[in-house]
Write a protein that binds this ligand. Sequence first.
Ligand code: CLF
Ligand code: SF4
Length: 499
Amino acid sequence: MELKVQTQGGCASSGCGSSADRLAHLPEAIRAKVNNHPCFSEDAHHHYARMHVAVAPACNIQCHYCNRKYDCANESRPGVVSELLMPDQAVKKVLAVAAAIPQMTVLGIAGPGDPLANPERTLETFRQLAEKAPDIRLCVSTNGLALPDLVDELCQYNIEHVTITINCVDPDVGAKIYPWIFWNNRRIKGRKAAEILIQRQQEGLEKLVARGVLVKVNSVLIPGVNDAHLQEVSRVVKAKGAFLHNVMPLIAEPEHGTFYGLMGQRSPTSAELTALQDACAGDMAMMRHCRQCRADAVGMLGEDRGQEFTLDKIEHLEIDYAAAMQKRAEVQAEIEARRAAQHQPTKAAFVSLASIERVRPQPKPAEPRPVLMAVATTGGGVIDQHFGHARAFRVYAASVQDVRFIGTRQVDLYCTGSDTCGEAETRLEQTIRALDGCEAVLCARIGYEPWGKLEAAGITPNGEHALEPIEEAVAAVYREWLDAGRLESITAEPERLSA
Ligand code: CLF
Ligand code: SF4
């Protein structure tokens, strides 16, 4: 028996079509577009950064999970507010970040409202960047209502990646998500509003695909509203040529002041999200590493270096972008050389379980059950983060067949009350909640107190594989547990299969 371990950084998930290996079947032109985009390629997010500029304040629809005081919740975590920029300021910021962070490859506009409901500001930012920073990929996220009218202009500025948030293809479902849209100078409500929005989203998708633009579809999973419907959404958008589907969990808390938050609409559990992603994966490639970024996020996914580039800090900077481009090209060439070396299949990438066969005189009639393990990592495919520093964990399913990346668990997705009101959940409690369903957590180091609390919660802490490649370490722990007889047969606990 052989436990197959994906080479470093790649995603072995059957549902994740964006890992390096799974891109192999794509035409060269598409691979080139995806290769260094941290959202469109799971592997790329270990190596490359993105940034957003918040230039788009207005929105042309209302979603029940949105409060206009905050960023657009279609890509951002609700409850965060970004500093609004004018296009000139945004361009300056992009040049400053690109010079300081050479692995920043993508500039996205994702709010704080809908970028295409603010076409002048959004397009002016793109126009200037296409001219001044031709080495940066441009990306936009939209609810789709204004999209069909702007496809030509987007293509004019070399926008190669567009995200459309499509929560439904059925107006009856849509009427439960969107109370109104603002369309042709009128406010339209109810089912009719959803019908128009859906039609515009589909039209925009078709037009973009016809122009060769890569389209990612985001869907917010809303239990009891569109959970049973999202497989159909996946099927439809795939048939129309969408490249990737990103199913994100609804975040609805009363303190966000959204309709759903105030109505007590619940968020999905991690298990429900993974089950839905797995169900949709039969139809198309799924994104599982989304971090629900702020509309002014800067850095690697999950990282926020925005405070290093506030307006007061960049205002008087003199940026030699020609020199910066040269440096960026060199750094990115080094990254590509490293990635190429990492993706060479090596003996180490396939961990033989022959030794297990030797210690077991008879093959077991039923297969040992899979195990979910969480990993603390700063990226780069190795276990290199202190447990207490992790704000998100990568979760892997280890089984006798393989080790699969199945998603990211963020620790701070939910507001847990303020420290002063006495309702605050500690960071450790939050983390344990986020790791629900995981049986081990692998990290570089961990303190005594969290060790005990994790064990009490049924999660085995493990700091023995610090700085090792993630998949190999997860496979090694799984093998240890198998040898120790900790893994009963799969039929004993089938529910453990989902995250
Ligand atoms: Fe930004 Fe979005 Fe472009 Fe990425 S984010 S506009 S596609 S560059 Fe990425 Fe952030 Fe998830 Fe968005 S992790 S929220 S999917
Ligand atoms: Fe809010 Fe974004 Fe929906 Fe507009 S599209 S209502 S900004 S979540």
